[in-house]
Design a protein around this ligand. Structure first.
Ligand code: TYD
Length: 392
């Protein structure tokens, strides 16, 4: 693994501070990103123990976003139509945004964050509140082999890739389908979205990397959909190699060609990316400094984990952004880690709130701009760093 990017010393992205611990020193770790020439894998170099990140205080809830709820709803209809699974397993079921679309008797969730697992348990779903591993897979497989395993934005959080896929193979029926959905490395590189890297995102996958890894476990990608969630994701459809039920679609070849054209198999691409990241930091700082000189009022929108990387890397703090609005109840009246910017309960933006709004949740830009069209109409502006720092 060869390092190409240094995003500085960072706090844990989802460890929001309370007023009581605001002045205590925060745990920090070195956020560096590297590329492995052998399997094309891009990953952060220093990882944080999973128990420190995924526990009973996990703040992120998929169901709180209209975009995510809708995306899961549409996709689950497609799954039923296309694969007709009798048994479904979701790894990282969060607060149930995906599994709620299925019959309780057919679906099993795995969710180690107990606060989230309890939400779906209370609704009567079968949930294992454990980390995904081989012993859990054996426990599940002893009762049911699974026709369809789905995991969105979760496998990139698990360090031991080999354990992930060994466990999946234990549970998956020979004719079964595995569907993985994660941010696309190609989109991340194209958009200079360096904030896809934070403590929880150990990996940002590409097709070429995933293909190499899956090959070691006799698994193969047979189709890919490029989706718009989380700033551009890939949805990989995977089967056991000896399963003849699905032909390899042209989409697989197309994605591989695009990724190679984008240089994802070459270290030099990542070095270039690192240069762009540094430029992005300088430009974003410049925008903030100019607006501050003009005494403009700036707030933030969407206190995301991604924002944590940006704010701490660019050294933007409460002198620059007065506060953040966020819809997640857990985050309200807390403070963003590192930058210590206060988070307030979301209310529709009005011009008296701010002149400029930093778009922390840039991946929901369309949803947010639609919601805030009056603010925009009245001359309110947004600041974004994607794909390059600018005012909209
Ligand atoms: P998200 O970008 O999904 O994740 P991450 O934390 O992994 O980077 O988080 C979206 C955050 O933005 C979440 O805290 C909710 C907030 N949000 C709003 O406050 N308003 C909105 O309209 C939307 C779409 C999100």
């Amino acid at each position: 693994m060869k390092k190409f990017l240094n995003l500085g010393s960072q706090p844990l992205a989802n460890s929001y501070l309370t007023a009581n611990n605001l002045n205590k020193s925060e745990k920090k770790f070195k956020l560096e990103v590297g590329f492995d020439k052998k399997n094309y894998l891009v990953s952060i170099l220093n990882t944080v123990p999973k128990e420190k990140m995924f526990n009973k205080d996990y703040p992120y809830k998929s169901s709180e976003s209209h975009t995510m709820r809708n995306s899961f709803k549409i996709f689950s209809k497609k799954i039923k139509r296309k694969f007709k699974p009798e048994t479904i397993l979701e790894i990282g079921s969060n607060d149930g945004a995906f599994i709620k679309n299925f019959n309780k008797k057919k679906v099993i969730g795995v969710e180690p964050c107990k606060n989230l697992a309890n939400i779906t348990k209370k609704l009567g779903f079968k949930i294992f509140s454990e980390y995904w591993n081989i012993s859990l897979a054996r426990k599940i497989a002893s009762k049911n082999k699974i026709d369809l395993i789905y995991s969105a934005n979760t496998l990139s959080h698990i360090k031991d890739i080999s354990e992930i896929f060994k466990a999946i193979k234990i549970c998956l029926n020979d004719k079964g389908v595995l569907i993985l959905e994660d941010p696309s490395l190609l989109e991340c590189i194209k958009k200079v979205a360096y904030d896809q890297f934070y403590c929880e995102h150990i990996y940002v996958f590409s097709t070429i990397a995933l293909q190499k890894i899956l090959n070691q476990f006799d698994l193969i990608i047979f189709d890919i959909e490029n989706t718009r969630t989380h700033g551009g994701s890939n949805r990989y459809f995977i089967k056991k190699k000896n399963n003849e039920s699905y032909k390899i679609s042209n989409q697989v070849k197309k994605n591989i060609i695009l990724e190679k054209k984008g240089g994802l198999d070459k270290f030099s691409t990542y070095k270039k990316f690192a240069k762009k990241v540094e430029k992005s930091k300088n430009q974003l700082k410049q925008i903030f400094n100019q607006l501050k000189r003009k005494n403009k009022k700036i707030i933030g929108y969407g206190a995301t984990a991604k924002s944590c990387t940006v704010l701490n890397y660019c050294k933007i703090n409460s002198n620059d952004i007065k506060f953040f609005y966020d819809t997640t109840s857990y985050k309200i009246n807390k403070y963003l880690p590192g930058s210590k910017i206060k988070i307030k309960r979301y209310k529709k933006l009005s011009r008296s709130d701010a002149d400029y709004v930093f778009l922390g949740a840039w991946n929901f830009k369309d949803e947010i701009f639609k919601k805030e069209k009056n603010f925009l109409k009245r001359g309110g502006k947004f600041i974004t760093h994607i794909p390059q720092p600018k005012i909209i």
